[in-house]
Design a protein around this ligand. Structure first.
Ligand code: ATP
Length: 289
């Protein structure tokens, strides 16, 4: 029996960092939503007790550093599972891009192994286990749209934002999330208005969604990597309705309502960037399977 799972990327409509906690983590408040750009995860039983990662992407670790490996290990340890599994990862989401690719692979692995090993865990239980792997894994277990608090693991579900195109552009650099947080200065930040974004989503006000996107981590990444600022400028120039960096970057996304404008932005960006995608928001519900 083989199980196939889709592991979609997320973007941040807002990302605010409130303060640094005593345990060293940052207390965040962010609104995330999944987009139709997904890795494909294939889970197949292996004779023996081993976890094997099969990926043809040289940036994806094939050992215990892989978040999907960690997901399988955690379930094996917690529920005393004696079976082995081969985890095939067909990488579509750019790596180290601010799109939670690794976290989404881990979430899809948790959900798939829950089926393969008949563990009978609920999504809430899987999300709680996921939080032990990484801050974004809980959100990725549910997918859809949510407000995430704490270090990202406290999830409040939201309705889907008004649908639109999302053009994603990733410059050829990878960004370390840890390095960005290390360089973040909390004083004097231009913070997103999370409440206004929540209101915009609830009232399905596309224009207000566009005016209220914001990410405090831009203050760090744009300074460290000027090419990210350049891509933002280009995307604005080509006419996206809203432009923001996702997560700790370096991927920049543009929200666009009209097809013709989407084509202009997409084609314009392809001149500057190798990795450009035009996708739809996945919206609400739990589209991760
Ligand atoms: P986030 O937005 O959650 O910080 P990201 O999109 O910036 O994540 P990832 O693509 O998850 O970053 O990769 C970050 C690092 O994690 C990579 O450099 C890679 O070494 C490691 N990694 C571990 N597991 C995976 C995986 N399944 N896919 C991609 N990278 C992985």
């Amino acid at each position: 029996m083989k199980i196939m799972m889709k592991a979609p990327a997320k973007i941040n409509l807002t990302l605010d960092v409130l303060y640094k906690r005593d345990d060293g983590y940052h207390e965040v408040e962010m609104i995330m939503t999944t987009v139709d750009l997904a890795d494909r995860i294939e889970l197949e039983p292996l004779s023996g007790d081993k976890i094997r990662i099969i990926s043809h992407n040289r940036f994806v670790p094939d050992d215990s550093r892989n978040l999907a490996y960690q997901a399988a290990q955690l379930l094996k340890d917690r529920f005393n599972v004696r079976s082995g599994v081969a985890i095939g990862i067909e990488k579509v989401i750019p790596v180290a891009a601010g799109l939670a690719g690794g976290s989404s692979d881990a979430a899809a692995t948790l959900k798939g192994l829950n089926q393969l090993w008949n563990l009978g865990l609920s999504l809430d239980e899987l999300a709680e286990i996921g939080a032990e792997i990484g801050s974004d894994v809980s959100f990725c277990v549910y997918g859809g749209t949510a407000l995430a608090k704490g270090r990202g693991e406290k999830i409040q579900h939201l309705p889907a934002p008004p649908n639109c195109w999302v053009v994603l552009a990733k410059p050829t650099i990878g960004v370390s999330t840890a390095e960005v947080y290390k360089n973040l200065k909390l004083e004097g930040l231009k913070r997103p208005d999370t409440k206004a974004m929540l209101e915009a989503i609830h009232t399905q006000d596309y224009a207000s969604v566009c005016t209220n996107v914001g990410n405090v981590l831009e203050s760090v990444t744009l300074k460290l990597y000027p090419e990210v600022a350049l891509i933002k400028e280009q995307m604005e120039r080509f006419g996206a309705d809203a432009v923001l960096m996702s997560g700790s970057g370096p991927t920049v996304f543009g929200l666009i309502q009209h097809d013709s404008r989407m084509h202009r932005v997409y084609n314009g960006l392809r001149g500057f960037c190798d990795q450009v995608y035009a996708v739809r928001l996945l919206g609400d519900g739990n589209p991760v399977d």
